[in-house]
Design a protein around this ligand. Structure first.
Ligand code: ARG
Length: 458
């Protein structure tokens, strides 16, 4: 049987595999809300412009509400014969109101229709991600406030470097997420022009009002070039680049959680809710969710790669390759949503073992820089020389198996007699973090100020 939409030109229907490879309904059914909204805006405009009669426009509008109610109740059907959500909406409309349904597609093509639907979907997706990321930031802020003065080792090369506060460390992720939200917001603002009315590729001869449909759908205005409008998937790519960047941040925190939950570190203990056991090893508490967040970032990058490669060789305007734009965006969105939710849950519920963190910070000679700085400040020694003297002091502490602030003054003076008892003011990890009060530094007072400023700017 030939196609209901374009059967006039065809004597025979498609091969079964043709039908299958051609169908997008298995995934684009997710666009049903946007498809109905776009059609309602379009038909209201057709009615207002006198392109269809007021009676038909009203009947179509009411019929689209019925279709929406059907979708809401049972979801779209996975009927491959109707190829996509656009054809299914029209078929359902036709079943609901009869002949007038055939006037809906006046001055429209599925090319501008799908571009519009997909943009609306991506816009909603951005709003959803933004809300989830704001929730994640609130979780980070709460834990950072709790631990504004909790000392832990800061690392470079994963070697103990200088003591930092856990609050400062968590606030680093708050910064990353703030940038991510900014990128999503930028993408949304750039995307917010409406393709509807570009028709197949060249515009239309009907006296449509594109300002009206754009405004009805919450766009800032209509797109300016019909060829670009139906060929453009930048908005989807920008969504994905923002998603990739965000997932990289989540992955880095996930990696730290995996590391910190390991026995040699022991910096965190994940709650039961966020741990998994082993089928053979009874002692296990594994950080699977963190590992999956780390893993998902790779898949999200794969989604971006997939869409970029789809788009790179396409001549203007629409080619069917572009139907493959949706699965990677949907997949990335679902993966990112899970990743953000999981990280939020873990950050909220993780037990931070501050005793272990402090012990690790004290064990790594992490205040060596403070000693060198003290030699510069108090004894007026050039930093290079101070570095050298401090290196010898560290070697001594290592040989004695003690922390820097447990060395005997006499032993330090044997290395350099300009060292006096005031040095003990700077050798503790608490003194070290308190001293780093420069803007953006790790001092507890700075961290508290950063938290207050962050709350202000959300
Ligand atoms: N199912 C198609 C898609 O998702 C709709 C657009 C079809 N346009 C066309 N010229 N065949 O891209």
């Amino acid at each position: 049987q030939s196609n209901a939409m374009w059967g006039g030109r065809f004597a025979e229907g498609p091969a079964a595999v043709m039908r299958e490879i051609n169908a997008s309904i298995p995934f684009d059914k997710r666009l049903w809300r946007q498809d109905v909204a776009g059609s309602k805006a379009h038909v209201a405009m057709l009615g207002r412009q006198g392109i269809v009669s007021a009676a038909d426009a009203a009947a179509i509008g009411a019929g689209l509400d019925q279709v929406a109610a059907q979708y809401q109740a049972d979801g779209p059907a996975e009927d491959l014969a109707l190829e996509d959500i656009h054809m299914q909406t029209e078929a359902r409309l036709s079943a609901a109101i009869g002949e007038a349904a055939g006037r809906l597609h006046t001055a429209r093509s599925r090319n501008d229709q799908v571009a519009t639907d997909f943009k609306l979907w991506v816009r909603d997706a951005i709003d959803e991600v933004d809300a989830a990321l704001a929730g994640f930031q609130r979780a980070l802020l709460a834990r950072a406030e709790e631990h504004a003065a909790s000392v832990m080792p800061g690392f470079t090369h994963l070697q103990s470097a200088q003591p930092v506060t856990l609050g400062h460390h968590l606030m680093a992720y708050h910064e990353m997420i703030a940038r991510d939200r900014g990128r999503f917001a930028d993408a949304r603002a750039r995307a917010n022009l409406c393709p509807l009315g570009s028709a197949a590729l060249a515009g239309t001869g009907f006296p449509i009002d594109r300002e009206m449909t754009a405004a009805a759908l919450g766009f800032d205005g209509p797109t300016r070039n019909s060829l670009d409008a139906v060929s453009d998937r930048d908005f989807a790519i920008e969504y994905l680049t923002s998603a990739v960047q965000c997932s990289l941040h989540l992955s880095r925190l996930a990696e730290e959680i995996v590391l910190w939950a390991s026995q040699p570190f022991g910096f965190v203990s994940l709650s039961d809710q966020w741990s998994t056991g082993s089928s053979i090893m009874p002692q296990k508490r594994n950080p699977d969710a963190a590992e999956l967040v780390r893993g998902h970032s790779g898949r999200i990058l794969g989604c971006l790669t997939s869409l970029m490669v789809t788009m790179k060789g396409l001549p203007l305007a629409y080619s069917k390759d572009m139907q493959d734009d949706k699965p990677p965006v949907f997949e990335a969105h679902d993966l990112l949503g899970l990743a953000v939710a999981a990280m939020t849950g873990m950050v909220e519920s993780t037990l931070f073992r501050t005793d272990r963190m402090r012990a690790a910070a004290e064990a790594g000679f992490a205040t060596a820089t403070d000693l060198a700085d003290w030699l510069v400040r108090v004894a007026d020694i050039p930093f290079r020389e101070a570095h050298h003297i401090t290196g010898k002091v560290v070697r001594l502490a290592e040989a004695q198996g003690v922390a820097l602030d447990r060395l005997a003054l006499a032993d330090m003076r044997a290395i350099d007699e300009r060292i006096d008892e005031r040095v003990f003011d700077v050798l503790s990890v608490d003194a070290s973090v308190a001293a780093r009060a420069s803007f953006g530094g790790t001092a507890p007072e700075r961290v508290r100020a950063a938290i207050a400023a962050a709350r202000e700017s959300m």
